[in-house]
Structure formats: C-alpha cells, structure tokens
Write a new protein. Structure first.
Length: 247
C-alpha cells in the first residue's frame, strides 16, 4: 500500500556557535540524539517517513539503507541512540532483504541500543523469521484465536492502551507471543487480550514493538478511504518511544 527529506537552506554557517552579526543568522549544530530509520526495499513508501516524523520532535533523524546517508552497518548503528524498523510489505521477502543485517542489529541492541519496530518492524523483531530480539515470537493477529478480524486490508482497530480503549490504523499487524514470565512492559492489547504493543529487554538494550500504526497520519486514512475520527494517536507512538529508551 502506498504511503505519503526536508532540507532547510541555512544560508551562511560559521564554525562558532552562538555568534550573530547584522543580517546573519548563525545556526548551532543539532545536539539531539541520532535516530536512524530504515528506508529501503524492506519498507513501503511513506512508512519510514511517518516514523521519522514521529521521532522528529525529540531526535535528529536520518535514514539508513542501501541508498541513504547512513549505510546500515555496525558503524552507523554505533552512532545512534535508536534504530527504527518501519512498516512495509510481507515478512518473508522483507527478511530476505534484512537478514544480512541481523547480526549487526542484534549486536547493537545487545550492547545497549534501542530498537523500535512498527508493524512489519514488529514482525522482524521475532524469530521465525526475524532478528530474534523478543523473548518469544510473533504471528498474524488476523485469524488468531478469538480474533473476529479476518481481512488483511486496511482498517481501524480498537486496542486497549494502558487501560484505555483507543482506535488505531491497522493493516495485518503482528501479535506478540511472549514467553510466560518474560520481563516485558505490555503497553497495549488487542480485543482478544493478546499483546499489541510491548517493550522488552534484550541484553543491555530495549526493544519496543507495536502491531497497529500510531505513526499513521491523516493521509493514510484518506488514501485507504477510512474515517480518522478518534484514530490519530501520535501520543501513543511517543509513549512507545519513551518507554523503550527509558532506563
């Protein structure tokens, strides 16, 4: 499904921050932590951009991937406070594109990095196939035990997020099947009670995953001919981010 680099011309820059002169504005370097968002063949147009927009209020965001400013390597990940894997297409073809990066991503999180997975990025956090970052695995919510939702098409789905019923954009997202007793912060559940969003430890790092799309903006609903009333919830995405990076 189609989803809908912002460059600011700075004029004159100098090496000294905080100095100004008549008619000249001096921009200080962006000191916010770096968040890397995957953009490439294992994502769908518009999904990386929506995640970047969600992160942009708190992070200096850059894209990583085969044709991006940062190649997806251990060296690039070492510079980042957070790595985000956005939504996209189907799991198996995405895994074929991502499996060569699995060791680097696992080592990054194990060493203290943060992984965020939205929809497909949540599937990829699992193990069959995936990066194996979760204490358990993932499966499709559609058709899972007790789920009345049978279509993989775009829809609005009600989940319970920290005890409050919330409607969110949903398109064939994962359910997270965590091992009994596994350490996890469960942020949201589906109508069946299955886990829809969670944060778990992995080594010294953290893994935050979500099946629905709190990053979805108005254009997603319009393109899918869905009513967005009461279903735009970036604050839930910010909750996922904050819980993931908290120490």
């Amino acid at each position: 499904m189609d989803r809908r680099r912002f460059l600011l011309g700075a004029g004159i820059l100098t090496g000294a921050a905080g100095l100004t002169a008549v008619g000249i504005t001096v921009f200080e370097p962006d000191s916010r932590p770096l968040a890397l968002v995957y953009r490439g063949p294992a994502s769908t147009e518009g999904c990386p951009e929506a995640v970047a927009a969600l992160l942009g209020s708190q992070y200096r965001v850059a894209y990583t991937g085969p044709d991006e400013e940062y190649p997806l390597t251990a060296e690039s990940l070492a510079k980042a406070a957070l790595y985000a894997q956005p939504g996209g297409g189907s799991l198996d073809p995405a895994w074929r594109k991502m499996r060569d990066h699995a060791d680097d991503i696992r080592a990054y999180v194990r060493g203290g990095g943060n992984y965020l997975g939205f929809c497909l990025g949540g599937y990829l956090a699992g193990a069959t196939p995936g990066f194996g970052l979760l204490p358990g695995d993932t499966d499709q919510y559609v058709g899972s035990q007790g789920a009345h939702l049978r279509s993989t098409g775009d829809t609005v789905l009600t989940v319970t997020w920290r005890g409050v019923r919330q409607e969110l954009y949903f398109q064939d997202g994962p359910v997270f099947k965590l091992n009994a007793g596994a350490p996890a912060a469960i942020l949201a559940t589906y109508p069946t009670g299955a886990v829809a969003a969670a944060v778990t430890p992995y080594g010294k790092g953290k893994v935050g995953v979500v099946g629905p799309h709190p990053e979805a903006d108005q254009t997603w609903f319009r393109d899918a001919h869905l009513d967005s009333t009461g279903a735009l919830h970036p604050e839930l995405g910010h909750d996922l981010i904050a819980t993931t990076v908290a120490r």
